[in-house]
Design a protein around this ligand. Structure first.
Ligand SMILES: [Zn+2]
Length: 138
């Protein structure tokens, strides 16, 4: 006798709602509990509904997305800053470097929350798999 393991399809997960909750660093399931413990460390479970958050595998994905976004934003503002401060290129470099650091730190947390929410909504990495209590006889 063994246990049947299957995907629970009865619980629909709205991607848009869960991404919005993830961007707010809230639990993708209930929208109340916090996802992070500290700046970027994901909690073991939601503090409100108890959703197990250990299946998440964000890894380096949020950092790549933030680098992509910040690189484009800073790259497109470079000509504007350079034209406005043409006489002082060091000021342009320092201003854009500071902007890049601030934007990166501001975006990393919500982007990681959205990664966790996306994985939960798409039932990736074990978020959707639950052991069924129904015994299967072979
Ligand atoms: Zn929750």
């Amino acid at each position: 006798m063994s246990l049947k393991v299957g995907r629970d399809v009865s619980n629909a997960r709205d991607l848009r709602v869960s991404l919005k909750r993830g961007a707010q660093c809230k639990c993708p399931q209930c929208g109340e509990g916090r996802v992070f413990h500290g700046y970027l460390k994901v909690r073991q479970s939601c503090s409100e509904c108890g959703l197990d958050l250990t299946p998440q595998r964000a890894d380096d994905g949020p950092a790549y997305v933030v680098i992509l976004l910040v690189g484009h934003l800073v790259g497109f503002t470079l000509p504007i800053f350079f034209e406005a401060m043409r006489d002082d290129p060091l000021l342009v470099a320092c201003s854009l470097s500071g902007l890049a650091v601030v934007l990166s730190l501001a975006l990393l947390r919500p982007v990681k929350g959205m990664f966790v929410a996306f994985q939960w909504a798409k039932e990736m990495n074990g978020f959707g798999w639950r052991p069924s209590a129904q015994p299967v006889t072979a």
